[in-house]
Design a protein around this ligand. Structure first.
Ligand code: ARG
Ligand code: ZN
Length: 871
């Protein structure tokens, strides 16, 4: 049996459920191998459904123990139960109670969907469709019920028992057993169900909401790691306060719990009242976590908390609307982080990640609209497009209507849809209602896959002091953009020789924004006293690729003079990108000189920003800029030669920065943005010094490694050293492994650094690391650290001409598919770039993909990615 292309579920085929579930009463007895789930569902026919239709419940790998209807056992001829479904042929045409008992084995659950055990802790993951692995259910987001959950367990094995909502009571349940009863008053879809049972330590603190509720907030972690949970707890409190002031949203239960588990397929999950996290996004101490980890913890804690309104109180009608909660919630967490940190620096980080993950997706075989119209496996649509491009759409909406109208629209959206399962149309309707604007054309952003191109030409008429900008938009890969253009907000300004031109006027620009809503248009500025350089898409006002064709000199003017920090950074990136793809000695010297002036002027005034200016575009980003036949080796060479030269020319400045930013002895580590910014610039300086002079660099990095007092500096030094072959590197790597042998999250960093070494020896190294006692295929973080970092972060070795890099990843996908298809399928997406690679490398990739395809019984997750990638 060869794997078939899985069937598609289509948006246009959506219809309401024939039945609704008002109440769910669960009695769950936790047991390592035989957990009993006794579920009573209070159902009724849906007035919007088909009358007298059979009741069909979803299931995945379930075993039915018993079934009752309104208290009486079900006769065998009126229902059918299989591992994948339950059918009740003639349900009563009135409300009824269906009691179903199932039994599952949490220890054997390697897919980490449904109820499973992570390091002995019972936990659940139900989004998108894991609840059907716990009990038979209408497992769709538009069926909202009130849940009461009794959890029973062995007292020693699971002293802590957590569920959704508020704790009601707890007590003894016979010899050695105890129970806890939880009630969640807010109707919710099944994907938000969760429970946790285990030995856990906690840190907690109260929060008083603006509505006068005292919320007990807690973060639960492995016992002994409580001292690493404080930052996450602090982020919870700051998130709660921020959502009140920024969006007027208060928390709505008496408790808010965060639980960290070590085996988790994704980042975290917003279950009502009990957010379950990959421990990587909770645990932090200066010794084990980097500044980047702290920032990610803050962002993800906020993200999951913000879902309480954007996702839970207002949920999604169906999974096609996933961006309704994810795009919006990413936008909200980005705003939060921007308020907590430096807004321009954070914006640059957002765009870098959009370009690194979403642009390639949008340019490859896995491209899809922000609101997909069809899917075979929904778990494959938790993508950068849905999340990050989804967030960009919300941001553009705010830019178009302004912050006040945006806030009014959000209030309207929450008010109109509270307690409902909504759609993208409902979201836009709220903004249309408060502004009186027609947002139909804007809505095309949700439907159109692909990154639009914005081509701009400029003309200056000195005699008339007039400047004209001509815009043309296009959507590569589609023919229809002429008739139905996108609505693109272009934030812009003009920059003269000594700074922004303030006198210029243009009737089409309002509050610094021109809205392009036609395929082509020209705008005219008057009173332009000198020929300016246009600064377009300020703050990256739209997720498009800009063709503007500035000269290096014009770009250097933007770096030096623009008032928009994003475009200052962008200008340096643009120069560097051209130099990576098309090396040129003279232009490199000019660039180095401009960077030198920039560093002299302001490196120490805003170190975080300066570090970003020094960070050249990644190899992936450079590959994205090549039209076809990508040669990763040429890109790697171009980029490292540029780094080498910059490191040599800028050496004195970099040394000065290094010396100026030595941390004050005795001042304890603090993860705040300013301190992190100083560390990032000092580490960027070291890295460039090493690029310019590897011998000095290796010695210096080894020294830094020895004197580092925190993981940020230690890992940065190790990363610098990792690029310099030799004994120093190997010794440092070995010492690092010994030092952190008992720290799984730190070992992940160690695996990841080595997987990304851009040298031919890396494949052998990976083979050795897969044999390392600490390597395991059952922990998703570990697999992603080693194999994921290789596939996504080592372009030259992954795409080796002999195909051996592809083979390593393909073998891992094949080995993982039957135990954890979600993680396997995600890994497989690394092959999405094959069509754009040099022909012979692309052919090798296809060979590997066909090898996977020949495996019988592939999961739907992997089969779906495979079919689309080869498609
Ligand atoms: N809703 C979660 C979050 O973004 C992610 C769930 C991912 N689920 C999945 N099956 N991939 O916050
Ligand atoms: Zn989310």
């Amino acid at each position: 049996m060869r794997t078939e292309t899985p069937p598609l579920i289509r948006l246009e085929e959506y219809r309401p459920s024939d039945y609704l579930i008002d109440r769910v009463d669960l009695d769950i007895r936790l047991d390592p191998h035989a957990t009993r789930i006794d579920a009573t569902l209070t159902l009724r026919p849906n007035p919007a459904g088909v009358p007298a239709a059979p009741l069909t419940l979803d299931a995945d790998d379930l075993r039915l123990v018993s079934a009752e209807l309104d208290g009486a056992p079900l006769a065998p001829d009126v229902y059918a139960a299989t591992p994948s479904g339950f059918i009740l042929r003639d349900p009563p045409p009135r409300p009824f109670a269906l009691r179903l008992v199932t039994e599952v084995d949490p220890t054997a659950n390697t897919k980490l969907m449904g109820l499973y055990r992570s390091n002995g802790v019972y936990c659940t993951q139900c989004e998108a469709d894991g609840f059907r692995r716990i009990t038979y259910f209408l497992d769709r987001p538009d069926v909202l019920a009130v849940y009461t959950t009794r959890i029973e367990a062995d007292r020693t094995e699971a002293p802590v028992l957590l569920g959704n909502g508020n704790p009601v009571e707890a007590g003894d349940a016979g010899p050695g057993r105890h129970y806890a009863l939880w009630h969640d008053p807010h109707p919710k879809p099944a994907y938000l169900f969760a429970l946790v049972g285990g030995r856990l330590g906690k840190v907690e603190t109260p929060f008083n909401t603006m509505e006068g509720r005292t919320v007990s907030c807690a973060v639960y972690v492995e016992p002994g790691k409580e001292d690493r949970a404080g930052y996450a707890l602090d982020a919870v409190i700051r998130s709660m306060a921020w959502d009140e002031t920024a969006f007027g949203r208060a928390y709505d239960l008496d408790v808010f719990n965060v639980v960290a588990v070590s085996d988790f397929n994704m980042g975290a999950m917003e279950n009502k009242g009990i957010n379950i996290f990959n421990d990587k996004y909770v645990l932090a101490s200066p010794e084990t976590a980097t500044d980047g980890d702290y920032a990610a913890i803050e962002a993800i804690i906020a993200h999951e908390y913000f879902h309480n309104w954007s996702g839970n109180r207002v949920t999604c009608r169906d999974w096609f609307q996933l961006c309704l909660k994810e795009g919006l919630t990413v936008f909200r967490d980005q705003e939060f982080s921007s308020d907590m940190r430096s807004r321009p620096v954070h914006r640059i980080a957002e765009v870098r990640s959009l370009r690194a993950r979403q642009f390639p997706e949008d340019a490859g075989p896995l491209r899809h609209p922000v609101r997909p119209r069809a899917y075979a496996e929904i778990n494959n649509f938790y993508t950068a497009t849905v999340y990050d491009k989804g967030a960009e759409i919300v941001r553009m909406l705010r830019t178009l209507i302004g912050p006040e109208a945006f806030r009014a629209g959000m209030d309207r959206y929450f008010a109109d849809n509270d307690g409902r399962a909504a759609t993208v149309e409902d979201f836009l309707a709220a903004f249309a209602a408060v502004t009186g604007r027609d947002l139909d054309a804007f809505a095309r952003w949700y439907e159109r896959p692909g990154t639009p191109r914005l081509a701009v030409t400029a003309a200056y008429d000195p005699a008339a002091a007039r400047y004209t900008l001509q815009f043309a938009q296009s959507l590569p890969g589609t023919a229809d953009s002429d008739e139905t253009p996108l609505v693109i907000p272009v934030a812009l300004g003009l920059v003269g020789a000594t700074g922004p031109l303030t006198g210029a006027t243009c009737p089409d620009v309002r509050d610094g924004v021109y809205v392009l809503d036609r395929p082509e248009a020209a705008i005219v500025f008057d009173a332009v006293a000198e020929e300016p350089v246009p600064s377009l898409l300020r703050d990256f006002s739209a997720p498009v690729k800009l063709d503007l064709g500035l000269t290096d000199a014009q770009r250097m003017r933007l770096l030096a003079q623009d008032s928009d920090p994003f475009n200052r950074w962008q200008a340096a990136q643009d120069v560097a990108l051209r130099l990576i793809l098309d090396p040129d000695a003279d232009r490199t010297e000019a660039f180095a000189a401009a960077l030198g002036r920039f560093l002299d002027g302001e490196a120490l005034a805003d170190p975080a920003f300066a570090a970003l200016v020094l960070a050249l575009p990644s190899e992936g980003e450079a590959a994205d800029a090549v039209p076809a036949e990508v040669d990763p080796d040429a890109i790697h060479r171009g980029r490292s030669d540029l780094r080498t030269r910059l490191g040599q020319v800028l050496r004195p400045r970099l040394e000065a920065i290094d010396a100026a930013l030595v941390p004050d002895a005795g001042v304890p580590y603090s993860p705040d943005a300013a301190s992190a910014g100083r560390r990032s610039l000092r580490n960027a300086a070291l890295d460039l010094i090493a690029a310019g002079n590897p011998r000095t660099g290796a010695a210096r990095a080894a020294e830094r490694l020895a004197e580092a007092t925190n993981m940020t500096d230690r890992l940065a030094a190790l990363g610098t050293l990792a690029l310099i072959p030799g004994e120093t590197r190997e010794v440092a790597l070995a010492e690092f492994a010994t030092r952190y042998a008992d720290e799984p999250l730190v070992l992940d960093k160690w695996f990841a650094i080595q997987a990304q070494i851009p040298e031919p020896g890396t494949l052998d190294r990976i083979a050795r690391l897969q044999e390392h006692p600490a390597f395991t295929m059952t922990n998703p973080n570990r697999v992603r650290a080693l194999i994921g970092s290789f596939a996504f972060g080592n372009p030259t070795q992954f795409a080796r001409p002999d195909g051996s890099g592809f083979a390593r990843v393909a073998d891992t996908v094949a080995a993982l598919d039957s135990t954890n298809p979600q993680v396997a399928a995600r890994l497989l997406t690394a092959f999405g770039s094959w069509r754009r690679l040099e022909k012979s490398r692309g052919a090798k990739a296809v060979e590997m993909l066909n090898g996977i395809k020949a495996i019988p019984g592939l999961s739907r997750d992997t089969a779906d990615i495979l079919a689309r990638t080869l498609g």
